[in-house]
Design a protein around this ligand. Structure first.
Ligand code: SF4
Length: 359
């Protein structure tokens, strides 16, 4: 797994935290490389000397980092050579999904100033994600950040994960501005039956709010990526969900159907929640077929290539971020490994699937 948080030593541990770009040459907001002994790299940022041990096989030069001298830590917020960079807006959330991969916390640390600085330093044309918790609990700050960054860096694109419980009619005019044209909003919808959706997200009335918010987002011209996780709790309803999306939400840009991630709440509830689509692919096939018949764009996330029937393979996406992607040893012999999304590092095995294996 790629290390995102690196231990570091500083000449002054009382220095306040800051954002910098690790660079070989001096520039705006750069920590400049001044020495190298093996894997240990020395950088200079103003009066501060920073020493970082570079992980084996990786190049950290060009990364945008959050530097915390008091904690002897440098966090790689935006890696120059990665397409998977996501900034955590908050750990607070107003839903409590039964399979949440990052269970919420009550506390919140406002990092908007640092996130804005990091975005301003990002490589050209990069896509940057914002996640939580629920980022739109801080709607005003997030909208302001997106607007401000866009004025200076119109080349950047963003992906915001949100439960869409906080869009209001009054937001429409603001969201029609060009700053928001470069944002894809990832919104979870788990069932067309309100009670199934509400019980999965742990909030009564969430479905009702969602079907109110989605048309507001559409009127604002936002790009929407609906996201639905395969679960024992909703798998039998997937065809129905597909019919609902196809007929009532034709304005969405893409529907991402994703396999469960064995982390967070799902780790201890795996056998209550995980559904093996390789054993019974009918609900998935039916859902894709309905959506395809109306021209809806579909992507299948977190699904190993060999576990789905031929007909579905064209919809698979290499969705698992590079820093957490892994393959069990057997996959080394597989001819399609380069196009397979693989597994999450924390649960890298084909054992959950009845059908699948080296191709
Ligand atoms: S055997 Fe491994 S690499 Fe090959 S398709 Fe299956 S999961 Fe992917």
């Amino acid at each position: 797994m790629i290390e995102l948080s690196l231990p570091a030593n500083f000449s002054d541990s009382s220095h306040l935290p800051f954002i910098a770009k690790l660079s070989r040459i001096d520039g705006h907001q750069t920590a400049t490389l001044v020495g190298e002994i093996g894997d240990e790299l020395m950088f200079q940022f103003q009066d501060l000397t920073i020493s970082i041990v570079q992980p084996v096989g990786e190049d950290i030069i060009g990364d945008i980092v959050f530097v915390e001298p008091a904690y002897n830590r440098v966090s790689r917020w935006i890696r120059e050579r990665s397409d998977h960079n996501t900034l955590l807006v908050t750990e607070r959330c107003d839903q409590l999904c039964i399979m949440c991969s990052q269970p919420p916390k009550k506390s919140h640390i406002d990092m908007f100033t640092f996130m804005e600085q990091a975005c301003m330093l990002a490589p050209q044309n990069m896509m940057i994600g914002f996640s939580g918790g629920e980022p739109l609990l801080y709607k005003e700050q997030l909208f302001a950040l997106l607007e401000k960054v866009h004025t200076v860096r119109p080349d950047l694109k963003f992906h915001v994960l949100t439960n869409a419980q906080h869009f209001e009619e009054d937001d429409v005019e603001r969201l029609r501005q060009t700053a928001f044209k470069s944002v894809l909003w990832g919104v979870p919808l788990y069932a067309s039956d309100p009670s199934t959706h509400d019980s999965i997200v742990g909030k009564i009335g969430a479905f009702e709010q969602l079907v109110t918010s989605l048309p507001i987002m559409a009127r604002a011209g936002l790009q929407i990526e609906l996201r639905s996780v395969l679960l024992k709790q909703n798998y039998h309803e997937f065809e129905q969900l597909s019919r609902f999306i196809s007929s009532k939400l034709p304005f969405v840009s893409v529907w991402a159907i994703m396999q469960l991630e064995r982390i967070g709440f799902a780790k201890n509830r795996w056998f209550e929640q995980f559904v093996d689509h390789s054993e019974n692919s009918e609900p998935l096939m039916a859902a894709v077929s309905v959506a395809k018949s109306v021209g809806l764009d579909i992507s299948l996330y977190n699904i190993p290539y060999c576990t789905v029937p031929q007909k579905l393979r064209g919809f698979l996406s290499q969705s698992i971020s590079d820093w957490k992607r892994s393959f069990p040893a057997d996959c080394e012999k597989c001819s399609v490994k380069s196009i397979c999304t693989g597994f999450f590092e924390w649960h890298s095995t084909l054992e959950d699937y009845k059908y699948g294996g080296v191709i």
